[in-house]
Design a binder for this molecule. Structure first.
Ligand SMILES: [Fe+2]
Ligand SMILES: [Fe+2]
Ligand SMILES: [Fe+2]
Ligand SMILES: [Fe+2]
Length: 432
């Protein structure tokens, strides 16, 4: 399907009533976990669509173009309200947080497997193992504070166990900078994949920044602070993959194309009839935005939009269980780190002058909240909160052995010796 050839809803017909903007939320207990991940992701996509247009107008002196941009960005803002407010009031912040990390894990795994650019794919795989570990750390608190079995939210689609340890995610942020793609040689799918992930990671950062303080438990607040900071690094890592030489109009075109492709994918996959209607309507609205952007691109830059976005819709957000893929990356890449020359290294090859050591030494001086989470669980339960098949769970000490750096460890690090001593209770019996 060529989205530019579709009819869409014209911009002037996209204002909606407040009754229409605020829809009835989905049900926390009954919703499919991947309906929730779609809702979480699309909220992030809309926030990016809105904030990008603010940056654009602040830099643009073209009055005619700006009139169009400010009207479309209000529509984006209204869409964002609709999508974000589909969250039910009885879904706690920790529930939603598990949902955010489920998005990160299963979306990144999907994107990595559909990414034609080798270096971009490697970067996705790298980030994947970090969000995978965040899910594990938050799951400790979801159980300890709210008695939530992580599978109430994840529905057994995503494993919960140790990944690359969060205390090792803190880098000199300049080390996070990646090599940008070449805008003239890169396929539309790569551009859409990256922008989709930037939007998701940025929204995750914002959610933790805006909600982490809402718990009275200091250890949990510190965990939100710690992981919020990693999400900032993730935004840095993914956004520096984008070619800075794209013009703002070109970027706008890619933004609308990304929105439309994501809604198309949501519409195609959705099992909740009510949400399916929203994805369908918003897809039609985005086609309207895309056509407006394409017209401006032709008019101002005198270039063909299909040179940038191609002629086919792409599928950037198909959600399904990625346990096998993630397990493979976990077993093979847990000891990978970012090198300072925009590549990757293994823990046994990190040079002593690696800039991230300084950041890790300082940040972990008083202990890592991500280690504290597991310590607290072990204190009350004699083990951690982890959900995976037993064979994989039994590998935790070995994975940690390989995944943890020898240098700059937090004083409260839970050692692999301690993991070996955790009580071996079949995970589901234990959690039910
Ligand atoms: Fe939008
Ligand atoms: Fe994360
Ligand atoms: Fe992340
Ligand atoms: Fe849009």
């Amino acid at each position: 399907m060529n989205l530019l050839k579709e009819k869409g809803i014209p911009i002037e017909k996209q204002i909606r009533t407040w009754h229409d903007i605020v829809k009835r939320p989905y049900n926390r207990m009954e919703t499919d976990c991947y309906t929730r991940t779609r809702q979480i992701l699309m909220n992030g996509i809309e926030t990016e669509a809105w904030s990008f247009k603010h940056c654009f107008v602040r830099k643009s002196a073209d009055r005619e173009l700006n009139k169009l941009l400010v009207n479309i960005r209000r529509i984006e803002d209204m869409q964002q309200t609709t999508v974000n407010w589909l969250s039910p009031v009885n879904q706690t912040i920790l529930d939603t947080t598990l949902g955010y990390e489920q998005v990160a894990v299963d979306l990144t795994a999907w994107l990595a497997q559909n990414e034609p650019d080798e270096y971009v794919r490697e970067t996705f795989d790298f980030g994947l193992l970090e969000d995978f570990d965040h899910l594990y750390r938050y799951a400790q608190f979801a159980y300890l504070i709210e008695e939530t079995n992580p599978n109430e939210i994840l529905q057994n689609q995503t494993d919960v166990l140790i990944g690359r340890p969060t205390q090792n995610h803190h880098n000199d942020n300049a080390v996070r900078i990646r090599k940008p793609y070449d805008k003239d040689k890169t396929s539309p799918i790569t551009k859409v994949n990256i922008l989709t992930l930037i939007s998701g990671e940025q929204q995750t950062h914002n959610y933790y920044a805006e909600h982490g303080f809402m718990y009275g438990n200091t250890d949990l607040k510190r965990l939100y602070a710690e992981i919020c900071d990693v999400e900032e690094e993730h935004v840095t890592m993914y956004e520096t993959l984008v070619d800075p030489n794209e013009t703002m109009l070109e970027k706008w075109l890619i933004h609308e194309f990304t929105e439309a492709c994501n809604y198309y994918n949501c519409y195609k996959d959705e099992v909740d009839e009510k949400l399916k209607l929203i994805w369908e309507e918003f897809l039609q609205m985005e086609i309207g935005h895309l056509k407006a952007a394409a017209d401006m691109f032709k008019k101002i830059e005198n270039r063909d939009p299909e040179e940038i976005i191609g002629t086919e819709v792409v599928l950037p957000c198909h959600f399904e269980s990625q346990k096998e893929y993630v397990k493979n990356i976990l077993e093979n890449e847990i000891d990978k780190r970012l090198s300072k020359d925009e590549g990757y290294i293994r823990t046994d090859n990190i040079p002593s002058d690696w800039p991230s050591y300084k950041v890790q030494e300082k940040a972990a001086q008083d202990g890592a909240p991500s280690e504290q989470a597991v310590r607290l669980a072990a204190k009350s339960l004699k083990r951690d909160i982890a959900c995976a098949d037993e064979k994989l769970l039994n590998k935790q000490p070995e994975l940690l052995e390989r995944g943890l750096e020898k240098e700059a460890q937090a004083p409260n690090t839970v050692s692999s010796e301690k993991y070996k001593k955790f009580e071996k209770i079949p995970p589901l019996d234990f959690l039910n």
